[in-house]
Design a protein around this ligand. Structure first.
Ligand SMILES: [Zn+2]
Length: 471
């Protein structure tokens, strides 16, 4: 007599998901130009998608329509998002040591999100160059009335060696918090050396954050070359800049997360999220940040449809709104599921650019590692077999889920050149190698199917119990 099915549990956890199915998913994604075609529609027809813009609104409708055409169950989840709009941005050196009479030198810069405007005629002030926060602290008495220039440099060596995220965090802190610190000390404006490795005089925008109740000051990113020019001149004597910025902060706007469900055959209430963020900065079309993430994730459902696969649990595509300057989409989703977090089985987000997939980043319990070998084995033929286990979320929009104990993932990708163009006017479709996008889609499709099909859910990192951190 045949043993009951329950006794046939596999010896290696995860082996019940057939390797042949994972291989078929991988191969279908590697042979498909669907994601690249959708990315082209998004970037060429819609363009930039900053929160509050009509571009983001159009993108929400476009992606929702695409997912309806796949036969997914689509809903729009509302979120109120910040609405900051860029205005004019001009700057010039107007005084420097050895300045020939009558000369000015124009500077390349771009305002940072939440920057306030200068007076309508601009402002002119002396600069104070600091290389780091320690120098700012030593020279606090000199700050009032000055434009503080943060001259810290992006560590391209780290990026070249596969540690671009670390390089971004290290240098990005001057953009994230430098203007607020300068404002608190009496600066009239703050400029930061552009974060990233761009060598083509491209300023790198992004969000800067002021403290609650603190009035923003004008804040912008200077092109790396222009910052270095100011550093050289300021070492010789006093330098004065003229600065004109006219951004506006408008009332919060309506936006939406696009949610598209591929219902599970056994446990439709249990969800595996696969996602990217739909909003982008306004200087370019956000092809790599994060058009590739959105369309790579959307392609997971396209592959499931093509192969007529319906895993046990629901695979839920999410195109997040407002990752770049608020995280309100992620917050709205988390709030909507926080009463039933056990139904959130896993979450994947792709938001590290358009490099080739090298494997999987996983914020999971150690016990999950043997299970996940089935995934990395399936990805070996496309060079994406690395399993990089980490202790924190590999994506901003899934960080609240991860912190609450949900297993969290991202494709591990080659980021050596991501920050060359990130948040600059050069983040356009031509930067995306279609083969790289296929490899990211394949990685997410194999991973998402596995997570939705495996019998024993992959365990996340248990949240630190409140009692143990209370003292
Ligand atoms: Zn991003």
């Amino acid at each position: 007599m045949a043993a009951p099915l329950a006794d046939a549990a596999p010896e290696v956890p995860g082996n019940e998901v057939p390797a042949a199915t994972l291989a078929a998913i991988r191969d279908a994604a590697m042979q498909s130009d669907w994601a690249m075609a959708r990315l082209s529609e998004l970037t060429d027809r819609v363009g930039s998608r900053l929160s509050g813009s009509s571009g983001l609104e159009a993108a929400v409708q476009q992606v929702a329509q695409t997912m309806r055409q796949l036969g997914a169950r689509v809903s729009l989840q509302p979120a109120k998002v910040p609405h900051w709009v860029r205005g004019a941005e001009q700057a010039a050196l107007v005084a420097w040591p050895g300045q020939p009479a009558g000369l000015e030198q124009p500077l390349h810069l771009t305002a940072l999100g939440t920057s306030s405007a200068t007076p309508a005629q601009g402002l002119t002030a002396p600069v104070l160059v600091v290389k780091d926060f320690a120098e700012l602290e030593r020279r606090t008495a000199e700050v009032p009335g000055h434009i503080v220039v943060f001259a810290a440099r992006f560590d391209q060596n780290l990026a070249d060696n596969g540690q671009a995220g670390e390089a971004y965090e290290q240098d990005g802190v001057y953009r994230f918090t430098g203007p607020a610190r300068a404002a608190a000390l009496g600066a009239v404006a703050a400029l930061v050396r552009s974060v990233g490795g761009a060598d083509y005089r491209l300023p790198h925008t992004g969000q800067t954050t002021f403290k609650p109740g603190q009035a923003p000051i004008p804040a912008a990113a200077l092109a790396a070359e222009d910052t270095d020019l100011i550093v050289r001149l300021a070492a010789q004597g006093e330098v004065h800049l003229h600065l004109l910025l006219t951004p506006q902060t408008l009332p919060d706007a309506d936006s939406f997360n696009v949610i598209a469900d591929w219902p599970g055959r056994e446990h439709p209430e249990q969800v595996v999220v696969v996602s990217g963020h739909l909003d982008s900065w306004d200087l370019a079309t956000g092809a790599t940040d994060d058009g590739v993430g959105v369309m790579g994730a959307a392609a997971v459902l396209q592959v499931l449809k093509q192969l007529d696969l319906h895993p046990r649990r629901t695979v839920r595509f999410i195109a997040w709104t407002n990752e770049e300057n608020g995280g309100r989409g992620a917050r709205a989703y988390f709030d909507s599921v926080s009463g039933q977090l056990s139904m959130q089985v896993a979450a994947i987000e792709s938001d590290m650019g358009a490099g080739r997939a090298l494997g999987v980043q996983a914020a999971v319990a150690p016990s999950a590692v043997p299970q996940l070998r089935a995934v990395t084995r399936a990805l070996l033929p496309i060079g994406a077999s690395v399993l990089q286990v980490r202790d924190h979320a590999p994506g901003a929009d899934i960080s609240a889920l991860q912190a609450a104990g949900v297993a969290a993932f991202a494709p591990l990708v080659d980021t050596r050149h991501y920050f060359d163009i990130h948040h600059t006017a050069a983040d356009t479709l031509d930067k995306v190698d279609p083969l790289n996008l296929r490899s990211q889609a394949a990685t997410m499709a194999v991973l998402a199917y596995f997570l939705a099909e495996v019998i024993e859910p992959v365990a996340g990192i248990a949240p630190v119990a409140a009692a143990t951190v209370a003292h």
